[in-house]
Each structure stands twice: as structure tokens, then as C-alpha cells.
Write a protein that binds this ligand. Structure first.
Ligand code: FUB
Length: 457
């Protein structure tokens, strides 16, 4: 092969793959600090419910008031559904919206959450909704269960239809939920799982009243008639481990570590959530990787989870790339919410009942990346719904990286208010195929405009 041809081929190859390595996908949310991921698959989408570390930490401890929800049909572009439930939705709670889990049954979504009671300690409440993104309502007006260490509920419906709720730190308990999902089998009562060395390994650090490596944050999963219990183990800093059993109620046998301690920027917790989607199994977890991140400002990430032939799980290494390849392409010829994001820098999201969720805090140079967008045979125009109380600005539409090919520039008008929406359009260069789209925001000053949705034509 001639040297010049070889050079050309190498250049084409490198251009083609450059976007795969330049941009991180983990953490999957950059607009908020999110933790304690609880994934759920429903009607072709993965929803991940997360707890939410506030931007301003109070008294150098977990500062957590509500839960958020994100969803995706491709595992790389995540749509922000905002805050879906708050501790304030429970009249009996004084706060501490820690790790919860939501599950679907018979047309309703049941969200199990740990809270602190106004005049007491740990308790677990249930909020119910008709839609995954809420609104959720406290249906009991009191906790389902209460007691010291009653945190981190995880819910599981077995193949025979029986539902279980597990929870706890430093102990592990479960109840058999009744079919209504909001009460439990009182005859069996609350069962404490024996934390044996055989089931949960021996603790090597932080050896106080806790005999084994089990720490908190249990997550149940079933594969080929084998039950898996994933959990943060340690003590602190936590790694992730798993145990297995032939029965959902144990006895459990210790498996292994699946993720070593990350401790990025001092993040000392981790939290597993495991789900199957489109033929793959994924581990959701959290770290402290976002700018300003740390032990009380964590961020949800995802890696693929594989199984050995015997059902054991190989060690999972946390990466910046995460799920580098989407499992579906995004259709830009249908309305795309601006808050559907694979990666962003600088922007935040906000919302209200009238306007829904939108992208805000847009300053000069901030950007959003949307991954694996199928431009099909090419588009002629880019259209954006925006609102601005200043001189507006413009959106550059670029291909495959931040400095990539410029397809067009869309001017954004001043509408007089950050919530008065108008449509802006511009011509773009026709490019075919699947590409990452970068929307780069430009203009004078800060908070240039709000951005609700976009579509190609
Ligand atoms: O997020 C607050 C607590 O930290 C959770 O409940 C634990 O699982 C740990 O992640």
C-alpha cells in the first residue's frame, strides 16, 4: 500500500473513533450530584432513581432532601425528570432522603425510601404514583417499618409474584410484602438475616459491632434460579461485594468483591443497582468524580456486568467511558428534550409544573453532547425552543467533538423572560449517518437563555 493511502486510511480511522475516547460518559449525570442509584426497566426504557446530594453541604454530612429520576432508551443519553419525591412529601419526616428503590406492579410505581421521623429515628416510607416520573404520594401517612438502622430499602418481586423488601445497616432485615405492596406479612414479621462469615465474609477493617463485611445498601437480583445479593462492604471506605443463594431468603454464600474501593476525591461510600436491559446486565454505582465532588457530593456511573459460566462475577473496573456504546440510536427528527444529555459541561437543569424540565445556567462556552444521533439522510434545519431575558446568544451545532465540523449556527432571541418560550431555527449542513451532536452555547455574559427542546427537520 502506498504511504499516502495508508496515511489517509489512518486519518479516516482516527477521525472516526476520536469521539469514542475524548469524552467521558461516567458520571452519567453532570447537572446535579446524584447517588445511590436504583435502576428499573419499564416499557423499553431504563429509569434510574437516585438520591440527591445538595450542592451546598451542611455540617459536613450527607445533605439530602429529595430523590431524582433519569431515563434512557439507549444507556448513554439520559433524560432528566427532575426531583420526583421529597422528604417533605412525608408529613411525618424531618429529612434525610437516603437510598431508595422504585418498582412497578399492577399499573402503579411503588417507591420505598428511608427517612428520619420528626420525633424519632430511622424509618421506611412508601410513595406511590401512576407514572415513573411521578408525582408520588405517601399512601400510608406513616412509616411501613421503623427502627434503628432501618435504611436503604431494596424491593424485589420473585418469579412466583411474591415481593420482598430487604434493608439495613449494620444489620440486614426483610419482610414479605403483601400483594398490595404497602403492607407486609405480619405473621412472619420482620426477619433478621444472620450475618455469618460464610454468607458475608469476615470484616478486616472498622471491626466494631459488625461481624462481617456487609455494610448497607442491599440490592437483590435473580439469574438462572440463583439469587444475588449485592451490597457495599467493608467497612468504610466501602467496596462492592455479592453473595448468592438458591432461595431469596437465604442462607447466603459469600461470592466476592465486584468493585474495589474507589474513594475518588474522598467518596467513602458506594451503592450497587443491577439491571438487565436489551440483553446486557449493568451495574449502577456512584463515585465522587464530578468537579467539586467528594464523600457528600457523589455521582452515578454505570459499567457492564458480566457473569462467568458458573454464575460468579468477575471484578468490575470503574471507567470514565462507562457504557461507551449505545444500545439504540437517538432519533433527532422527533422532539428531543434539551435535558436529554450524554455529557455536558457548565449547565444545570431546572423545572416547574407548567414548563416541565429545561436546561438552564447556560453561559458562554457551555455545551451538551448527545450521543449516537441518527441523522439518517441528513437534516436541513435545527429548531430549538428557548427563552431569554437578555440579548440571547446562539447555539453552534457541531459534529463528533466540541471543536468538530460546524453544521450551523442558530441565533437565540430575547423573549423578555427566562420562561417565555419561542422557537428559533437555522439551516444546517446536510450530513448523513450516526454521529455525536455537540450543542455549544455562545453569547455575551452569563445565563444567556433557557433551553427546553430541539428537533431536526
Ligand atoms: O446516601 C446516603 C447513604 O450513603 C446511603 O443510604 C448509603 O447506602 C450510602 O450510600
Amino acid at each position: 500500500m502506498k504511504l499516502s493511502t495508508k496515511k489517509k486510511l489512518v486519518t479516516i480511522f482516527l477521525t472516526g473513533i476520536s469521539h469514542l475516547f475524548l469524552y467521558a460518559i461516567n458520571p452519567i449525570v453532570q447537572t446535579n450530584y446524584t447517588a445511590d442509584p436504583a435502576p428499573m426497566v419499564h416499557e423499553g426504557r431504563v429509569y434510574v432513581f437516585t438520591s440527591h446530594d445538595e450542592d451546598i453541604t451542611v455540617r459536613n454530612f450527607f445533605t439530602m432532601n429529595d430523590w431524582m429520576c433519569y431515563s434512557s432508551e439507549d444507556m448513554v443519553n439520559w433524560t432528566d425528570h427532575g426531583v420526583v419525591l421529597s422528604y417533605k412529601d412525608f408529613s411525618w419526616s424531618r429529612g434525610d432522603a437516603w437510598a431508595g428503590q422504585c418498582i412497578y406492579r399492577n399499573g402503579k410505581f411503588y417507591f420505598y425510601v428511608p427517612l428520619n421521623e420528626k420525633n424519632g429515628g430511622n424509618a421506611i416510607g412508601i410513595a406511590v404514583s401512576d407514572r415513573p416520573e411521578g408525582p408520588y404520594k405517601d399512601v400510608l401517612n406513616e412509616p411501613l417499618v421503623r427502627g434503628h438502622g432501618y435504611i436503604d430499602p431494596t424491593v424485589f418481586i420473585d418469579t412466583d409474584g411474591q415481593a420482598y423488601l430487604y434493608w439495613g445497616n449494620p444489620n440486614l432485615w426483610y419482610v414479605k410484602l403483601n400483594d398490595d405492596m404497602i403492607s407486609y406479612d405480619k405473621e412472619l414479621g420482620i426477619v433478621q438475616v444472620p450475618l455469618t462469615a460464610q454468607g458475608f465474609y469476615t470484616r478486616t477493617k472498622d471491626v466494631d459491632t459488625r461481624p462481617t463485611s456487609y455494610e448497607e445498601g442491599p440490592w437483590l437480583y435473580k439469574r438462572k434460579n440463583l439469587y444475588y445479593l449485592f451490597y457495599p462492604a467493608g467497612g468504610v471506605p466501602e467496596h462492592l461485594a455479592y453473595s448468592t443463594s438458591k432461595s431469596i431468603t437465604g442462607p447466603w454464600s459469600y461470592g466476592d468483591t465486584i468493585m474495589h474501593v474507589i474513594q475518588e476525591k474522598g467518596a467513602f461510600t458506594n451503592h450497587p443497582g443491577v439491571v438487565d436491559f436489551k440483553g446486557e446486565t449493568y451495574l449502577f454505582y456512584h463515585n465522587g468524580a464530578l468537579p467539586g465532588g467528594g464523600g457528600f457530593k457523589r455521582s452515578v456511573c454505570i459499567e457492564k456486568l458480566n457473569f462467568n459460566k458458573d454464575g460468579s462475577i468477575p471484578l468490575i473496573v470503574p471507567t470514565k467511558e462507562g457504557v461507551a456504546k449505545s444500545v439504540a440510536n437517538l432519533d433527532p427528527f422527533k422532539r428531543v428534550e434539551a435535558e436529554t444529555i450524554a455529557w455536558s459541561e457548565g449547565v444545570k437543569t431546572s423545572g416547574n409544573a407548567t414548563d416541565g424540565i429545561y436546561v438552564t445556567n447556560i453561559d458562554n462556552g457551555d455545551y451538551i453532547m448527545i450521543k449516537d444521533v441518527n441523522l439518517k439522510r441528513g437534516a436541513k434545519t435545527f429548531n430549538a425552543m428557548t427563552a431569554s431575558d437578555k440579548g440571547g446568544g446562539y447555539i453552534e451545532i457541531r459534529l463528533d467533538n466540541k471543536e468538530g465540523r460546524l453544521l450551523g449556527i442558530c441565533p437565540i432571541n430575547n423573549t423578555g423572560s427566562l420562561l417565555s418560550w419561542s422557537f428559533n431555527s437555522c439551516q444546517i449542513e446536510k450530513v448523513k449517518g450516526v454521529h455525536d451532536i455537540f450543542l455549544i452555547f455562545k453569547g455575551e455574559g452569563e445565563s444567556l437563555f433557557n433551553f427546553d427542546w430541539w428537533v431536526l427537520q
